[in-house]
Structure formats: C-alpha cells, structure tokens
Design a protein around this ligand. Structure first.
Ligand code: NDP
Length: 245
C-alpha cells in the first residue's frame, strides 16, 4: 500500500489524480489545497465509490513556508509515512508583456509554482521512506520547454520546475527516490479561469478549435509512471493535445 500526497487536489489535474488513484487499492491518499471544503466534498464522493479507500484531507497554502513546515511535522501518526509526492499545486495569472506585467501576479506565480514546490518537497521528503515505492512527480508544463507570447513569468516558473526535477533526481538518488516530471499542453481545468481572474468567457475561448486534454488524461499517465517497476524511472514526459501546435 502506497501513501500518496497530492498538492492542489481541490480541482483539475490534482483532483483527477485523486480520483484515478482512489480506484486502485494500492494507494491511500493525503489530499491538500487551500479550499478544504472542496477536498472534503471530493473525499465524500470518492468514498461513496470506493468505501475502503483511506483518505486524509488538510488545508495547506504551499506559499506559506512556516505553515508547510508545521503541517508536515504534525501529520497524524498513521499518515506521516509518504511514498509518493505529486507536486501539482500551481497557477498562471495574467498574460501580458513583461513591460505591462503585474508584479503581484509575478509574486503569486513564483511563490506558488517554484517556492511552494520547494517548500513542500523540503518538508515532506523526510517523511518519505527509502523504498522502491518512493517517487516524486512534479507537474511541469509545455511552458517549461518553450516560451510563448506573453507567457514570460509563468514560462520562467515552469522552466524552473524542469530544472528542479533534474536537480532532485540527482540529489535524491542516494535515498532511492525516483523523480519524474510530466509536462502537459492545454488541459481543461480551472487553470484558465484563474489565469483570466474569473473571466469565464476569456477562459472558454482558450479551448476554441481544439480538444484539450482532460485532468484524467494526465492522471492516468501519472498512474502509469507510478506503476513502473523500481528500476524504471520515467524522467520527463511531454503530453500535448493532438491539435495543439
Ligand atoms: P486548477 O486551477 O484546476 O488547479 C490548481 C490547483 O492548485 C488547485 O487545486 C488549487 O487549490 C491549487 N493551488 C493553487 N495555489 C495554491 C496554493 N498557494 N497552495 C496550495 N494549493 C494551491 O489547474 P490545473 O489542475 O490545470 O493545474 C495543476 C497544475 O498543472 C499546475 O501546476 C499547472 O501549472 C499545471 N499545468 C496546467 C495546464 C493546463 O492547461 N491546465 C498545462 C500545463 C501544466 P486551491 O485553490 O484550493 O488552493
């Protein structure tokens, strides 16, 4: 039985990971995000479908270093051994040229996507058993491989995730922790709504003319990555909607 910690499990890809892994009796789930109510609703619905699945939810803002440290130091005894960490919490805000950028948006993206991922990894890693099941999966992005118009700071944060995945792989080798990243193209989640600050019309337009990936598409690939034998590490997977250029 592997205990999986998923950050940003209250919507989108994180929620889909919880849903896919809850259906597999090899996993028990630690779910966190800022919106605890959403996590509790998700837990309730997953337990209706999979009554024997063990799930523990807690509130966490990955940007708050002290709170991340405290939270992982004080997990209940039966939840303080983690096998798999899925570093998923992240966001994009604003889509402007640098000279028109909002520095608040920059801070939110850097604090969440880069520093948040680092804090969670630093404070959760000591709870990871050195075992063939130990695995960290970082959610990167096509934006970590390329730079697109007005994507500047978001692309920079995902390039940082790409570098950190490679660095973690080297650093955690001695503990036997596998490290992978998955880099999606467009996935239909709440991501676009957050990017356009609640403007649903702008958010919907993003997917015009193509079928985007779903959270489940990504979650199923993560389940595949986790299911490989101990000697196989999928370092990095770029996954695009077929019609996305
Ligand atoms: P969603 O907006 O649907 O989900 C984002 C999740 O991150 C939410 O559960 C949110 O929870 C959580 N989150 C955001 N900020 C924080 C924070 N400060 N502390 C804790 N949790 C936080 O978007 P996606 O599911 O699409 O995004 C998931 C990941 O996938 C992100 O890293 C994103 O960059 C990446 N990605 C997304 C793509 C897409 O097209 N959708 C493409 C490529 C990568 P809450 O608000 O409750 O805290």
């Amino acid at each position: 039985m592997r205990t999986v910690l998923i950050t940003g499990a209250s919507s989108g890809i994180g929620q889909a990971c919880a849903t896919v892994l809850a259906a597999d009796s090899n996993y028990r789930l630690l779910l966190c995000a800022r919106r605890l109510q959403r996590l509790e609703e998700l837990k309730e619905s997953l337990l209706e479908q999979h009554p024997s699945c063990e799930i523990f939810c807690f509130e966490l803002d990955v940007r708050d270093r002290a709170s991340v440290e405290q939270t992982f130091a004080n997990l209940p005894d039966d939840w303080n051994n983690i096998d798999v960490l899925i570093n998923n919490a992240g966001l994009s805000q604003g889509l402007n040229a640098i000279q028109e950028g909002d520095t608040g948006d920059w801070d939110r993206m850097i604090d969440t996507n880069v520093k948040g991922l680092l804090y969670v990894t630093k404070y959760a890693e000591p709870l990871m058993r050195s075992s063939e099941n130990a695995h960290i999966v970082n959610i990167g992005s096509i934006a970590g491989k390329e730079v697109y118009p007005n994507g500047n700071v978001y692309c920079a944060t995902k390039h940082a995730v790409d570098a950190l995945t490679k660095a973690m792989r080297i650093d955690l080798l001695e503990k036997g922790i596998r490290v992978s990243s998955i880099d999606p193209g467009m996935v239909e989640t709440e991501f676009s709504e957050v990017r356009f600050k609640g403007d649903k019309e702008l958010a919907k337009n993003v997917y015009k003319g193509l079928t985007p990936l779903s959270g489940t598409d990504i979650a199923e690939i993560i389940a595949f990555i986790l299911s490989r034998p101990a000697h196989v590490n999928i370092n990095d997977l770029l996954v695009m909607p077929t019609a996305q250029a």
